[in-house]
Design a protein around this ligand. Structure first.
Ligand SMILES: [Zn+2]
Length: 734
């Protein structure tokens, strides 16, 4: 298993300043070894979105003697030190960020006096040229713009010509002297879109969202990647992998390259006979979507004509250009002699694993993801991302926004919330994923702090995971599968009424925060999510099987190939297809083959399939709640027949999952806010098929004279686990 660390390493009680991460030192590597780390995410060389010379000094720069004294090192040295200890370091490419920072220069020597943390001096306006401080300092800016214009070339050993001997040329054939403005994502009104979530409100620095559809930015990202590989990284993480869809909510992206490429997309659709007749009169030689939106007075993206076409274009663009970068990483890795087992790995940040990432998820070696909001109890989400990853390792990072993290950090700082923190780490592992341990983890742009959980707790938990690695698997061996049909859901999800709300009831404590979108009757019907959540909350052990594929008359041509194989449904005795109208003919045929072989299949709502003794249909009812009742009337009985591992009591307090079909991982969610601890369940009754003796592995050791370490299973599969604490693994030994 991969044990990942969310290794921003930001400084405690200081803002988490993107994109450059604090200098690494040897004490950190010692911690990582204690934490049994195998890989680090968001971990090295983030400064490329300031400038390439800045990134070069992060990687290879001299370290002053005073910093050497405390074991500080540059990132290339840090990567080597981690490698010695078997820890893979992923370089982080902040793909969607382009930065400008306030600086102070010495008025006499022109050397750097302050960078980014420039405040409260003079009139506070960088670039004003007004001498401030002791009267000799000059305020100015440094970032992508100055890198491309050559201003302040004296600050670093390398300059533009070291990377671009012929200068930077854009898609109009023009020389670029302001890389910041050139590569910005733009609204339909022409304004650059800011990456507001990384700009600290009390700082003058500015981050533009950038657009990867601009070839200038893609070339620049390749320069960053090249430097990272030269510095020895084991993997490259392409953060914000969906750009420029990132800018959609702000009214983007309407940069010149998006507009050119969208026009070409429409031309292609027309040539293929797929463009709706309504648009045949458009002059596609001169069409400009920006002008179209402005002239029509639309509030893009709301109710704007051609939005579906525009979104389909962007889905294809993000797949094409993410893949181009992934290919470049592997090609350059081979070029410098790193091939086979030593090839540089590729991953992204797939955020909440929304459907837009699925068409290119086959290009990555592991799935790295942030949650939309970090909560303590979301088994449905873990099951979804595990299915999304299709067996590849899933490394999850907590997200400081919209969830429990800020409150948890305050509790941990006050010596409380220890079981909640362990629950957060444990839940991912129970469902076959890995929660990256925050190490100076991101706390957003407003909170002046970094997430450093208590070391002893982390070390204890990570040691338990490492010691029980053989009992862990990303494959559950479950007998029940629920299908996520990408073509049936991606558009519904892209346009869903999304409140993003989390139910917060202070009286119940933050363990009970839960997403309200899925059950709220006023939000979009998404039967996959409604049923998956209901099953997961009810302790059903199941897998999500994510299927791509385009139906024969796909309105915009192929985007997501069918990943079905003859073995996709091997091992499943019960398969649920929740309202999936866009199953491919091959998928429908495969399911009928399975039904012929005795597999029970439940088709919900609008899903294709013929009458068959083993195929049962459930109609969608007028409300979400009624639909779940109708579904469960059929599902529950069938599930009882096929389930291998079941919790028979306390189902509302226990999470259950199997690993490799034999080891049961159990999570006790019963947090007592008063005691600030998980309350052990005195006697938890379970059932496991095909087991005679079970060995109990507990996160918290109990007195072996009080509780047995080996439990006998009755002939009908029943057994009782005494004192079920926070995390228990049941290993079937006979
Ligand atoms: Zn763009």
């Amino acid at each position: 298993m991969e044990r990942s660390i969310y290794f921003d390493g930001w400084t405690k009680n200081v803002h988490c300043y993107h994109p450059s991460l604090p200098m690494r030192h040897i004490g950190m590597v010692d911690d990582l070894e204690k934490y049994k780390a195998t890989m680090l995410v968001w971990a090295a060389m983030g400064g490329g979105s300031i400038s390439l010379p800045y990134l070069e000094q992060e990687a290879f720069g001299d370290v002053p003697p005073r910093l050497r004294f405390y074991g500080y090192m540059n990132d290339a040295e840090f990567i080597r030190e981690c490698k010695k200890r078997g820890i893979k370091v992923y370089g982080i490419v902040f793909e969607v960020q382009g930065w400008e920072f306030p600086i102070l220069l010495d008025g006499n020597t022109n050397s750097l006096r302050a960078f980014n943390m420039v405040e409260g001096e003079g009139d506070g306006t960088p670039n004003s040229g007004i001498p401030i401080g002791d009267g000799t300092e000059v305020a100015d800016w440094y970032g992508l713009r100055e890198f491309s214009s050559g201003k302040h070339d004296h600050l670093f050993p390398t300059t533009l010509k070291d990377y671009y001997p012929n200068g930077i040329i854009n898609s109009d054939g023009e020389a670029v002297t302001d890389l910041w403005e050139e590569t910005a994502a733009r609204t339909y009104r022409g304004a650059a879109v800011h990456a507001g979530w990384v700009e600290c409100p009390d700082n003058a620095h500015q981050a533009y969202q950038t657009c990867r559809n601009n070839p200038v930015w893609r070339d620049y990202l390749k320069q960053i990647i090249k430097l990272m590989i030269d510095a020895g990284v084991d993997g490259i993480q392409l953060d914000e992998a969906e750009l420029p869809i990132t800018s959609l909510k702000a009214g983007g992206c309407f940069c010149k390259d998006c507009r050119k490429q969208f026009r070409a997309f429409l031309q292609g659709e027309k040539a293929a006979g797929r463009l709706h007749a309504q648009w045949h009169s458009l002059d596609l030689d001169t069409f400009d979507y920006k002008q179209f939106v402005v002239d029509g007075g639309y509030d893009f993206p709301n109710d704007t004509p051609l939005f579906r076409e525009y979104y389909e274009f962007q889905l294809r663009a993000i797949k094409k250009y993410f893949t181009e970068l992934a290919d470049y990483i592997r090609a350059y890795s081979r070029e410098v002699g790193r091939d086979g087992g030593d090839i540089v790995q590729v991953s992204g940040n797939f955020f909440n694993c929304m459907p837009c990432y699925f068409p290119f998820s086959d290009t990555v070696d592991c799935v790295i993801t942030e949650m939309e909001s970090t909560l303590f109890r979301q088994p449905h989400w873990y099951r979804y991302i595990n299915g999304f990853a299709g067996g590849k390792p899933v490394l999850v990072a907590e997200n400081p926004y919209g969830g429990v993290i800020p409150e948890l950090l305050e509790m941990l700082d006050a010596g409380k919330g220890y079981d909640l923190y362990r629950l957060m780490l444990a839940e991912a592992a129970v469902y076959g994923c890995n929660m990256s341990v925050p190490y100076g983890g991101w706390m957003g742009s407003v909170i002046k702090d970094a997430f450093y959980p208590p070391r002893a707790l982390t070390e204890h938990f990570q040691t338990f995971l490492a010691n029980h690695e053989k009992l862990f698997s990303s494959k559950s061996g479950a007998k029940t599968a629920i299908v996520y049909s990408w073509p049936s859901y991606y558009w519904r999800e892209a346009t869903k009424s999304n409140t993003g709300n989390v139910n917060r009831n202070p009286a119940e404590g933050m363990l009970f925060y839960h997403p309200t979108d899925l059950t709220d009757e006023s939000t979009t019907r998404l039967p996959f999510w409604e049923i998956l959540k209901d099953m997961a909350d009810g302790g059903v052990v199941c897998d999500v099987v994510a299927l791509g594929g385009d139906i024969p008359d796909a309105p915009f041509g192929t985007l997501c190939e069918d990943n079905l194989t003859a073995h996709t449904f091997d091992g499943y005795d019960l398969i649920i297809i929740p309202d999936c109208p866009a199953m491919t003919p091959a998928q429908v045929a495969e399911l009928h083959k399975r039904a012929d072989a005795g597999v029970k299949i439940i088709l919900v709502g609008d899903t294709p399939g013929d009458n068959h003794a083993n195929i049962l249909r459930v109609a969608t009812q007028s409300t979400k709640a009624q639909s779940l009742v109708a579904f469960n009337e059929i599902f529950r009985g069938l599930y009882a027949d096929v389930a291998t591992a079941q919790v028979l009591t306390h189902a509302d307090r226990v999470g259950i999952h199997t690993h490799d079909g034999k080891n049961i991982w159990l999570l006790n969610y019963h947090y007592d806010a008063q005691a600030d601890a998980i309350t052990p369940i005195p006697a938890l009754e379970l059932r496991m098929k095909n087991a005679a003796k079970i060995k109990v592995h507990r996160l918290d050791k109990l007195n072996p004279y009080v509780v047995p370490e080996i439990i006998d299973v009755a002939a009908d599969g029943h057994f009782t686990l005494p004192q079920a604490g926070l995390l228990t693994i049941l290993e079937i030994i006979q």
